[in-house]
Design a binder for this molecule. Structure first.
Ligand code: GDP
Length: 184
């Protein structure tokens, strides 16, 4: 088997992915869990946009996912258009224990479509699945909304790590697949 040359090894992709959703649904903690395997029980978001780059491997290709976190911007005003610019993937997050965050999803989806490409690969994420006793949105409701809007769907817990990697990977894999089909 031939060894890859140094050039082939470093050939990679950079995908911009944005986290979107109401304040305190767990966006920062999903990113912290995914990128650093950390969790903050009382996290207080800092103000200003931040992103973190995470390397992943899909079909032997190194992919860099540049994941953007609103870092609390959404509490004060709408997220700026610069935040969405160039995004090829999005995680649309609500909190399964707070229905109002699920009700906001339509608004976030509109905003995403206003500021980014219509084809942005999007997954609807019901976070805090560990809060079973406080559940306010049924899994079937999330699923139905995702189906109606043509989105992927998953329930996650940044607290107990459930499905967090899966959520990000689903988006990255789909972007990669779309790109591969275009190239061929
Ligand atoms: P953001 O404003 O959307 O970025 O939300 P944060 O990541 O700052 O989280 C808001 C609060 O929810 C914090 O107190 C977190 O510790 C908590 N939180 C985040 N994810 C989870 C989760 O999966 N389960 C539980 N029980 N709490 C979570």
């Amino acid at each position: 088997m031939e060894e890859k040359t140094e050039e082939e090894k470093t050939e990679d992709y950079l995908f911009k992915i944005v986290l979107v959703g109401d304040s305190a649904v767990g966006k920062s903690n999903l990113l912290a869990r995914f990128a650093r395997d950390e969790f903050y029980p009382n996290s207080k978001s800092t103000i200003g946009v931040e992103f973190q780059t995470q390397k992943m491997e899909i079909n032997g290709k190194e992919i860099k996912a540049q994941i953007w976190d609103t870092a609390g911007q959404e509490r004060f005003r709408a997220v700026t258009s610069a935040y969405y610019r160039g995004a090829v993937g999005a995680l649309l997050v609500y909190d399964i224990s707070r229905r109002q965050t699920f009700d906001s999803i339509g608004r976030w989806l509109n905003e995403l479509h206003t500021h980014s490409d219509m084809n942005v690969v999007t997954i609807l994420v019901g976070n805090k699945s560990d809060l079973k006793d406080a559940r306010d949105v049924a899994t079937s409701e999330g699923k139905s909304l995702a189906e109606a809007q043509g989105l992927f769907f998953i329930e996650t817990s940044a607290l107990d790590s459930s499905n967090v990697t899966n959520a990000f990977q689903t988006v990255v894999k789909e972007i990669y697949n779309i790109l591969s089909r275009k190239v061929m």
